[in-house]
Write a protein that binds this ligand. Sequence first.
Ligand SMILES: Nc1ncnc2c1ncn2[C@@H]1O[C@H](COP(=O)(O)OP(=O)(O)O)[C@@H](O)[C@H]1O
Ligand SMILES: [Mg+2]
Length: 461
Amino acid sequence: MTRAISLHDVSKTYTKGVRVVDRLSLDIAPGEFLVLLGPSGCGKSTVLRMIAGLEEITEGQLLLDGEYGNDLPPSGRDMAMVFQNFALYPNMTSRDNIGFPLRIESPGADPRHRVNATARMLGIEDLLERFPSQLSGGERQRVAMGRAIARHPSAFLMDEPLSNLDAKLRNHLRAEIAKLTRELGVTTVYVTHDQAEAMSLGDRVAVLRGGVLQQVGTPRAVYALPRNVFVAAFIGTPRINLLRGLVRAPLDGAMTISLGKQFLRLPEPLSLDHQLLRVQQGREVIVGLRSEAVRISPRFSASREQGGLASPSWARPGEVEITGLVEHMEFQGHEVLVHFDTGSRPAVVPDLEAARPSRRPVRRRRREGTVLERLREKAGTLRAGPVVVMDHPADTGPDPDTALSPDGRLPGDLVVRTTPDIRLRYGMQVPLLVDLAHLFVFDQHGERICPAPDHLPDLEE
Ligand SMILES: Nc1ncnc2c1ncn2[C@@H]1O[C@H](COP(=O)(O)OP(=O)(O)O)[C@@H](O)[C@H]1O
Ligand SMILES: [Mg+2]
């Protein structure tokens, strides 16, 4: 049996007046693998614990297979939880750790058969007679998984089960979890703050910010059509480039979005999505460019061979050229991430910046923080409101503590992926082609306005 889990306007309040989960509505289908994704402290574990019955629901309804479930005790919900810290009994062998919940559930029954079958499924038959101290982290987590699976629950609730493992093991176990839950066909709610993990595992991903659901959709949909700038910035590597722009739509001329010293001229005839930007005339917007939307113009290599920049533009239809100054390069083996300075100002998404660890000791943060830190702190309190995008903190003055740009980011405002064979040097001016078919535009509240919110409805659930 696998179950449908529905949350209707579910809220959680620990301290009076503060909703750490704020009117969350979510329908999880039987057999679905749903990932709850969001930065640390956004309420993911709280949601999971409310589903498990370990935390009381302050307001709203939990429906299990369509029936009111708020007051069911955890034992009556037939769900198995897997946590980040493996929580195995240290004085029991793997066999007993896996069999223990079975013995509790039906005393007298012999769990051996189920334990063996589960161990076979997880490839841990050799580990059954060992104690937790004799297991590696990955092995321990497999045993913990085994304990959840052996019960044949109607749902799995997993709270960052892979966070304590090293990267290689994490990737490996991630693939195993995906395969296993698919085979078992059991509804799974999986919590993580790691967007790559969410994207690779989920049938759907629900993005939370400050206790508020931002968007739920297939990994493809949340990547291709993020509802707002927060989702756009949280999902995808390298992170989407977010630049502050100004829409200019003169009655008698081409429509442009200026980006500081340069501008993007929207190709004529205007696409429907671009036409809709007209109403933003004279307004500040946030331009989002994922790495696939920008490439180094082939003109760069061609002109170097010819010893001048006289060659044609090489732009494909829908592409416009800007230039960038090479400020930093990250060599990644199969590719290079080049950080360009294009003379534009990056937009800052408060929660994302606030979620980064501070570079200063904690005791100095409260009262003596820099303007930037106070802004960040303030931004962190903008939990449930719209995604407000602040001025780039560079505007508030330089931060003497860091050699990087003030928000701790690497220099440059536009990151472009390229192949490692391209010969770039610091300080070079490079022609870049921006593909306007891949242009995102967000308004001042961070809501996506291009592509228009109702764009490609087949992609959104
Ligand atoms: N028992 C509790 N009492 C008071 N506040 C809590 C309690 N548990 C969690 N919180 C607060 O609720 C918010 C969400 O926490 P949590 O659900 O653990 O977030 P996440 O799992 O996304 O990191 C945090 O601000 C956290 O400090
Ligand atoms: Mg948590």
